[in-house]
Write a protein that binds this ligand. Structure first.
Ligand code: 5AD
Ligand code: SF4
Length: 328
């Protein structure tokens, strides 16, 4: 459903719950009843960037850093495969130790399992994106975070908004299923700019969009900016479903972190994907993008069982397909 900017702004500012029902109906019509589970592997918490909101930022000296070995990563992949998941997401900070050679070798090994590989490792050159694609990577997640250029510049020292946009279009051009998204509730972020963000998802023709509420991390410059951004993130997500009816939309971990059963609420408001953490102790605790992340003390096996019963409790089914945008 194409909405004008003024209509998007009205929906963002309204308290009407009909938005969530409409998004749920559109999800059912275009994506069906199944929920796709992605196995998330947080393989490095080392990052060259200094994003103001993120606990993994370079200047957070309190955080103990880690990198998983190839063997450890493949163990996590095996766990996801054993659980029946058909996609793994390799997520990490911008850690240049993982160069094209190392990543391509890893991607090729994972592709032997006949599963989809999603990368979420930040900004790289066109040639690197191309190498990963040739090695077998299928999808890529790179949130724009905000399309407000001034806010983007304030929150991302030494980074370039234009380069981020360029990366997203490069990924599209190379044939990746391309995911983007934003953090909702950043200080200085206006409703107007969130409406622009949603229009940007449409313009890019994003294949996946992840929306998470901002959660203040104590060891960042945004510490203390504590407010509840759940509703704002949920509304943003639901409007995105109206605008891009057939895309994949995750119920995000950040939503679960600030609301009991936040993911189920999201699944009933337009979402059709869940990312389940396959990272094991002692690393899981150290991937602290924001505090009190949900499931931080659980094992992958616990999460696998827990999410299946939660999904079934709301009358939905766990998918057994790769869950790409155009498969149905
Ligand atoms: N609150 C919510 N989301 C955050 N992210 C990073 N820091 C925070 C935070 N404090 C999100 C960013 C990033 C993703 C991996 O996590 O959107 O792209
Ligand atoms: Fe690094 Fe991503 Fe965190 Fe920014 S949001 S500091 S790029 S891990």
């Amino acid at each position: 459903m194409p909405l004008k900017k003024s209509e998007i702004k009205n929906l963002l500012e309204s308290n009407d719950d009909k938005l969530f029902q409409s998004a749920d109906e559109i999800r059912e019509k275009y994506k069906g009843n199944c929920v796709h589970i992605r196995g998330l592997i947080e393989f490095t918490n080392i990052c060259r960037c200094n994003c103001f909101y993120c606990g993994l930022r370079r200047d957070n000296k309190e955080l103990e850093r880690y990198r998983l070995s190839e063997e450890e990563i493949l163990n996590c992949v095996q766990r996801a495969v054993n659980a029946g998941y058909k996609t793994v997401v390799l997520q990490g900070g911008e850690d240049m130790f993982f160069d094209s050679g190392k990543l391509c070798s890893l991607i090729k090994k994972i592709k032997k399992y006949d599963i989809a590989v999603t990368l979420s490792i930040g900004e790289r050159s066109y040639d690197e994106y191309k190498d990963f694609k040739t090695a077998g990577a299928d999808r890529y997640l790179l949130r724009i975070e905000t399309t407000d250029k001034n806010l983007y510049a304030k929150l991302h020292p030494n980074m370039s908004f234009d380069n981020r946009i360029k990366c997203l279009y490069n990924l599209k051009k190379l044939g990746y299923e391309t995911g983007t998204g934003i953090i909702a509730g950043l200080k200085g972020q206006s409703i107007d700019s969130i409406a622009e963000d949603i229009l940007f998802f449409k313009e890019l023709n994003a294949d996946m969009v992840g929306i998470g509420p901002f959660i203040a991390h104590p060891n960042t410059p945004l510490a203390g900016d504590i407010k509840d951004n759940f509703d704002l993130s949920l509304r943003t997500m639901a409007i995105t479903r109206l605008m891009l009816p057939d895309i994949n939309i995750p119920a995000t971990t950040a939503m679960e972190t600030i609301r009991l059963n936040g993911r189920l609420i999201a699944l009933n408001s337009g979402a059709n994907v869940v990312m389940i953490n396959m990272t094991t102790a002692p690393y899981r605790k150290k991937y602290e993008i924001y505090p009190n992340k949900s499931c931080i003390n659980d094992s992958p096996e616990h999460c696998v069982n827990c999410i299946k019963s939660k999904i079934e409790s709301i009358g939905r089914k766990v998918s057994n397909s790769k869950g790409s945008r155009y498969e149905n």
